[in-house]
Design a binder for this molecule. Structure first.
Ligand code: E4P
Length: 215
């Protein structure tokens, strides 16, 4: 299973990279705004800074919502750095744009997926990644993990190569359940990755070993 970090914060990306278990980064316009990154040149520079920290794929989202706009924004993003994956929303023109980039050999991440039907369309368009937002589904009393399960079955039935990128992951059990189901990737904040480390028996066991070592 791949781990992506879901942030535009360079210090957190570096901390996750230094841990040695990071496979990539996802960003979105809200995460970029949270870091105070404004204006096209600053945004492009920030994506480059991220690519210079990590070795894996870095999703950079288009903000246009029409086909021509998504193509021109996506092409600028894709030429910025070979690690950039063009992140495109699950809308009608988005599907057409994903198909266009797929045919050009440019990686895409289809974002804002909330149903199996949307996931099927993303795979048919050839998306590299498809991001179901499981936490946001849980927020509205809908089982996000059940969606991942359904998409896994559908993709396996037809051998689609689109990777299931579980997004809006809120806690460590989301990661464990996604791993059991067979999601290809989970993207989450650094705190959720670090939460996987924690067990009280590890802490007390280590304290005991260190105490005994002094004897
Ligand atoms: C994924 O690509 C999104 O950036 C992200 O996971 C959304 O998470 P949120 O629902 O916590 O905002």
């Amino acid at each position: 299973m791949k781990f992506f970090i879901d942030t535009a914060n360079l210090a957190q990306i570096k901390e996750a990279q230094d841990l040695g278990v990071l496979d990539g980064v996802t960003t979105n316009p809200s995460l970029m705004a949270k870091e105070g990154i404004k204006g096209q040149q600053n945004i492009l520079k920030h994506y480059l800074d991220i690519c210079n920290i990590v070795t894996g794929d870095v999703s950079a989202e288009v903000v246009a919502t029409n086909y021509d706009g998504m193509i021109s924004e996506g092409e600028i993003l894709a030429t910025l750095h070979p690690q950039i994956v063009v992140k495109i929303p699950m809308i009608k023109d988005g599907i057409k744009a994903i198909k266009y980039f797929t045919e050009k050999g440019i990686k895409t991440n289809c974002t804002l997926v909330f149903s199996s039907g949307q996931a099927l369309l993303a795979a048919k368009a050839g998306a590299t990644y498809m991001s179901p937002f499981i936490g946001r589904l849980d927020d509205v009393c809908t089982d996000g993990l059940k969606l991942i399960e359904d998409i896994r079955i559908i993709y396996d039935n037809y051998g689609y190569e689109t990777e299931i990128l579980a997004a809006s992951v809120r806690h460590p059990m989301h990661i464990i359940e996604c791993a059991k189901i067979g999601a290809d990737v989970a993207t989450c904040p650094l705190s959720v990755i670090l939460a996987l480390l924690k067990h009280p028996l590890t802490d007390s066991g280590l304290a005991q070993f260190l105490a005994d070592a002094k004897k």
